[in-house]
Ligand binder design. Structure first.
Ligand code: PHE
Length: 358
């Protein structure tokens, strides 16, 4: 029978040499299992004299403990090595470009919003934003819709459940509340555009409960209607990429502008799709006017010192017109085939230098 020193030496060598958990388990069975040399030695303890047992017992048990510990340590080491190997193998570099080439596209509304922002940025407008969930004050009161005024019924408003204080928030029905928020934050001269989501309880072929608007606001000491007309004319030519875009201003009513107008653009509906800037039809594209003195007051400005103009237009409608998209509801249908057809390449940021819709 091998001596205890021999067992220790060959066991520790085998444990150290184990290349994986299976080999380690084999070593454990060989050196600590029931049939191992050490177990055989342990069995002899019973037949020993008490003195001899006193001497050998601690030696055998000590070796058993030593080997058990060595196996546990080796097991932990193998486990960690296996984990590191797996991590190294499964490593992905998230900065690598995707293969095959990108499948996703930029939604036409995002793209058209970028186009519009590029045009107005070129004219010196900054972009402002506000919350989709708005207080009644910003959405109506501060825009000169008095409490209980019938004009509030013009918008089919989505109301939120009232909070503890009884305040009933709304999903903003237009981007105009951001006019007030902007006047509160910045002092004139002001020149901002405000793209964003808007909501009305309305749904059919030409209306969706969520849609997109673009607001424009300019406030200064001598801001005039003539400037508004020029800015809108420049915008229409640039956006529709036509040399002339004749417009028609019709009197209208909004509580927050005085005078108020709706603007139509010349178009030709005779062919299969609408052509802008030619023909003899008119199409309404936006509402505008001079900022009402009460609105300036709500915004913290003295109407005796300042005046301004504002406009609001539907981004979705502009996108449909420019890119020949027939049904508004498709914008929100999340149909991949539709998105592939009407979407834009991810890196194709609109800019005026290279042409917007290139
Ligand atoms: N907020 C108006 C609407 O949603 C549009 C508008 C904006 C009109 C600014 C005049 C001035 O219909």
């Amino acid at each position: 029978m091998p001596g205890i020193k021999d067992i220790q030496k060959s066991a520790l060598t085998a444990i150290a040499a184990a290349a994986n958990e299976a080999e380690l388990e084999a070593a454990r069975v060989e050196f600590l299992g029931k049939k191992s040399a050490l177990s055989e030695l342990m069995k002899t303890l019973g037949k020993m004299s008490p003195e001899e047992r006193q001497e050998k017992g601690p030696l055998y048990n000590g070796l058993r403990a030593e080997l058990t510990e060595a196996i546990a340590a080796k097991k932990a080491e193998l486990h960690e090595a296996a984990l590191n190997a797996r991590l190294a193998e499964e490593k992905i570099d998230v900065t690598l470009p995707p293969r095959p080439m990108p499948q996703g596209t930029i939604h036409p509304i995002t793209h058209v919003t970028d186009e519009i922002v590029a045009i107005f940025a070129d004219m010196g407008f900054a972009v402002a934003e506000g919350p989709d969930i708005e207080s009644d004050y910003y959405n109506f009161t501060a825009l000169n819709f008095p409490e209980g005024h019938p004009a509030r019924e013009m918008h089919d408003t989505f109301y939120m459940v009232p909070d503890e204080k009884g305040e009933r928030k709304v999903l903003r029905t237009h981007t105009s509340p951001v006019q007030i928020r902007t006047m509160e934050k910045q002092k004139p001269p002001l020149r901002v555009i405000i793209p964003g989501r808007t909501y009305r309880c309305d749904s059919d072929q030409t209306h969706t409960p969520m849609f997109h608007q673009l607001e424009g606001l300019a406030v200064d000491k001598t801001t005039t209607l003539g400037e508004l007309k020029w800015v809108l004319a420049e915008f229409c030519k640039a956006f529709f990429e036509v040399p002339e875009a004749p417009m028609r201003f019709r009197p209208s009513y909004f509580p927050f502008t005085e005078p108020s107008m709706e603007v139509d653009i010349l178009c030709d509906r005779s062919g299969g799709n609408v052509k802008i800037g030619e023909g003899e039809d008119w199409m309404e594209i936006l509402g505008c006017g001079m900022v009402h003195p009460n609105v300036l007051k709500f915004g913290g400005l003295d109407p005796d010192d300042y005046q301004g103009w504002a406009f609001g237009m539907g981004i979705d409608r502009l996108a449909m017109l420019k890119y020949g998209i027939p049904d508004l509801r498709d914008f929100f249908a999340a149909d991949l085939r539709w998105l592939k057809h009407y979407g834009f390449a991810a890196l194709d940021m609109p800019n005026l230098a290279t042409g917007l819709s290139r």
